[in-house]
Design a protein around this ligand. Sequence first.
Ligand code: PHE
Length: 504
Amino acid sequence: MTADNSENGSGAVQANISPNEASVLKFLLDNKGAWIREDQIHIDGIGLRELASSVSWLESKGLIDVNRTEISTFQLTEEGRRFLTEGLPEERAYYLILSRKHVAVPDLMKELGETDGKIALAQLAKLGIKPRNGVLSADGAPLLDDEFRKRKSFLNSLAAGSGDMPADMINHFRKRENVIQERKRISRSLRINESGVKAVSASVSTGNLLGEITPDIIASARWKTSGFQPYDLNSRVEKILGSGVHPITYLSRMVKEIFLELGFSEMPGHYIEYAAWNMDALFIPQDHPARDMQDTFYLDTEGKPEMEHPEIMDVLSRVHEKGIRGYNGWGYRWSRDKASQLLLRTHTTVSTIRYLYEHPEPPQAVFSVEKVFRHESVDWKHLAELNQIEGAYYGKDASLASLKWLMREFYSRLGFTDLKFIPSYYPYTEPSMDVVGTINGKEMELGGSGVFRPEVTKPLGLKVPVIAWGLGLERLAMIYFGLSDIREIYQSDLDWLRTYRLRV
Ligand code: PHE
């Protein structure tokens, strides 16, 4: 309780009322002390933020009564917006039936697609149109033009953020999955109370105390004659949501810190690489499916920069065609043109192999957390642009055992101990091992790892074993932040970002 709340009845100066607060009080007084919703208060020179803050101050000073009610607002989801442009599935189905007289269910599915087809069937059934023997018929179908018009005009007004919100439409779309999204917010109503009335007359009779210092106050020297408002350190203030780092940035920094603590150094890399480094140097055969346009983004080769380390081309040609001592190679005709293609790197193992070629003296311990690109269809656990946690240790004591230790150590420093290692295959490692974690009871592949094959290390002049790994940062984020869909990370949903707003 602050001194302001005391009512000593002596007409003492209510010292802590700012000019904005005084204006709000006067507005409420002019409103004859009746309840008024905050969004109906309009005072010149006081914006929404200032008003909200003044109201909070006045409430904490006990000069107004505040009543809070929860109100719902609705927004269209992405699907809702699509319905608005393409038409509602049930509407499209209905007019299809009217124009063709009879439509078999499988044909409807073909016309509308599985998802919309199912929605259309369910909605039409509610409107009295049901398939008989697998066929939807226009005979006896009710007139639905008005209903569809109503539904669409509702969606339209949601899109425009205005207009009628008929309760029956709200109910209807609330029951349908994923067309509209409800957001609740608190609406405040206020009225001036007795202490407030006194405060107004006190501030009128004593003149406003100075709050903010303006050029005018200095020029007119009013500061010499007027008192200043004291600070009230006990008052509540509005919560300010400042900026913070994105969850992925936060996690990436944490991962980098762990590898630094483990004695690794960060290695550089390039988004654009030669296939020679991204694939051939890693002994990926030139007919490997991952090299397909389906999986890899290639660049126009015009204006190609000169390749660094062109000498490796001859080395790669020999390894791929003939192999090395004791190892056979792929035995095909290796194409220099294919190796000369430019691409967006599909994994950061390209940085590792390049780094080791440039630093062939063991030991080396390097890592990076960087973006890679894949021509991939996006779904709940796949992205086309993602970050990989890459790393390698090159030393005479590198082994599968040390790799397993390192993986366990790394994930346990993030709090994950529930890991499994399963045998896997990569053209450049033998043995290869995938790391699997658990998310919501489901197992999730976190990435690959292994010991580089001699066909990779020997031709590039590496003398001792290399263990290497490439782990998904976003997959880790799913576990770390408890997400069931990887796309949520990049949806920029402010509520989510605020929940995970982290300061580092
Ligand atoms: N580069 C592999 C990938 O993109 C992962 C990996 C890295 C596998 C290093 C083995 C060794 O999935």
